[in-house]
Design a protein around this ligand. Sequence first.
Ligand SMILES: [Zn+2]
Ligand SMILES: [Zn+2]
Ligand SMILES: [Zn+2]
Length: 149
Amino acid sequence: MTSDLEDQLRAVSLRVTRPRVAVLAALRDHPHVDTDTVIALVRADQPTVSHQAVYDVLRALTAAGLVRRIQPAGATARYERRVGDNHHHVVCRSCGAIADVDCAVGEAPCLTASDDRGFAVDEAEVVFWGTCPRCATEHLPEIRQSGRK
Ligand SMILES: [Zn+2]
Ligand SMILES: [Zn+2]
Ligand SMILES: [Zn+2]
């Protein structure tokens, strides 16, 4: 498992370091987490790693294309390992939960502008907003009660 992550670092010409491997492992097991969560996950294994080191690793991995950074409006930046397939995200308005949504087309831009105004469009940022199943269930009893009355 770990050597697999080391190979991924070498494939993009990044030096293999323990913090880099730890961040990749953390994101493999926990997609769509923010920086603080990544720091906590890495420190569970390597308590001496600094905040700054994790920030630097996230920046290097994102620049190298091993990690994708997403930032839904009003939310903190999240990171994930699933890169290169132009998938989208559905975000819960109540709790901020994020899930992957496959792109029907598979590559950017998957949405054709009705009028591109002469721009060469290479990306359409698509975020689906709604209520996650957990939040929807929490609100169900209220709806049922008011329905009975
Ligand atoms: Zn929710
Ligand atoms: Zn994702
Ligand atoms: Zn799409």
